[in-house]
Design a protein around this ligand. Structure first.
Ligand SMILES: [Mn+2]
Length: 338
């Protein structure tokens, strides 16, 4: 979108692969956030504009909070691995490893086509044939933007909206330490290209269903402080009692992470019987991604997660004992890249 801006060297191999591909298969991670969907739809819309025919897959669909994102009408309706036939390139977005795309990881399929891994997580396992992993990027959407620059592709308001949503959500509304001057400049360019920043902020931050708010109240009743760790839990029974869906619990993290006495935060969500999702957050200087990675998950120093098999009663103490090591450490001076 700006010919003066040169793509970063890492982008070349992806640009080459995307340039050659006519029918790329694009996929983002399960339990998608704004960056996963924004990157998927932003890149998908740009490739369509270039006359290509991308297949776009979000394994868990589009949570209601992201219903404003342009391009979701192009998402594959009943996607299945067995239906991937004519696609000539697999592009995995915002996913630190292949477990993040769940059943869409198929060894035979992935061995038969080039796989481009486009991500910004420090815990990325470099699973692609082509890996464009830039851990200095605050959002995967920032990397997608860099790719569009490399393609000299003009960014329209729809694409700009998708990409700015990705950046806005991963930086918690430009509040994280990953919000660099370069990122703000990029966000400004996206606004110039028609992305409605105020509208995105309002939709992401100030629109929750009544059921979600009621669920948060129940979750916050379980809030406990363990040294510098604030944690809470969301049981299946709790969700069922008020008819809340799974993704309605995640927004409560913003309240949980505002506990002034704590530096490390954990939310335990019973996804299904015997399966607990653990969402971890921390203040700068405390790195929770290593704990998540040790427990089979991944993420960023200040926002990470994993999914564990077992009961709440055994998983909570196990995770807390790992987190105490992080919480009791003297914070590093500038935690973001820790
Ligand atoms: Mn991301």
């Amino acid at each position: 979108m700006n010919s003066e801006i040169k793509p970063k060297p890492l982008a070349e191999a992806v640009l080459h692969a995307l340039g050659r591909s006519q029918n790329p298969f694009l996929i983002c991670h399960i339990d998608p956030d704004g960056d996963a969907l924004g990157s998927l739809l932003g890149l998908g819309l740009a490739l369509r504009k270039m006359g290509k025919n991308p297949t776009l897959v979000s394994p868990d669909g589009v949570p209601a909070i992201y219903d404003f994102l342009p391009g979701q009408e192009f998402l594959a309706k009943v996607p299945a691995v067995s239906r991937v036939t004519h696609e000539d390139l697999i592009v995995v977005l915002d996913s630190s490893d292949l477990k993040r795309i769940s059943s869409y990881y198929d060894a035979t399929l992935f061995a038969s086509r080039p796989v481009a891994n486009i991500d910004h997580h420090a815990t990325n396992t470099l699973f692609g044939n082509i890996n464009y992993v830039d851990t200095s990027a605050g959002a995967c959407a920032e990397i997608v933007c860099n790719l569009l620059d490399g393609m000299h592709e003009e960014i329209n308001p729809e694409i700009a909206t998708c990409l700015l949503t990705g950046i806005f959500t991963d930086t918690l509304g430009f509040r994280t330490t990953s919000t660099t001057p370069q990122m703000l400049q990029l966000a400004a360019r996206l606004v110039q290209h028609g992305a409605p920043l105020a509208g995105i902020a309002e939709k992401i931050d100030q629109r929750r269903s009544l059921v979600a708010i009621r669920l948060w109240t129940k979750i916050l009743e379980t809030l406990q402080l363990d040294g510098k760790i604030a944690w809470a839990q969301c049981d299946l029974a709790m969700r069922r009692s008020i008819g809340a869906s799974e993704d309605e619990s995640s927004g409560v993290l913003r309240t949980l992470t505002s506990v002034a006495e704590a530096s490390v935060f954990a939310l335990f969500t019973e996804r299904s019987p015997g399966r607990i999702d653990v969402s971890l957050r921390s203040r700068p200087g405390y790195n929770v991604s290593k704990v998540a990675f040790r427990l089979g998950g991944g993420g960023h120093p200040q926002a990470a997660g994993c999914s564990l098999e077992g009961e709440m009663a055994t998983i909570v103490p196990r995770v807390l004992s790992e987190l105490r090591i992080v919480a009791n450490n003297t914070p590093s001076p500038q935690g973001n890249m820790a």
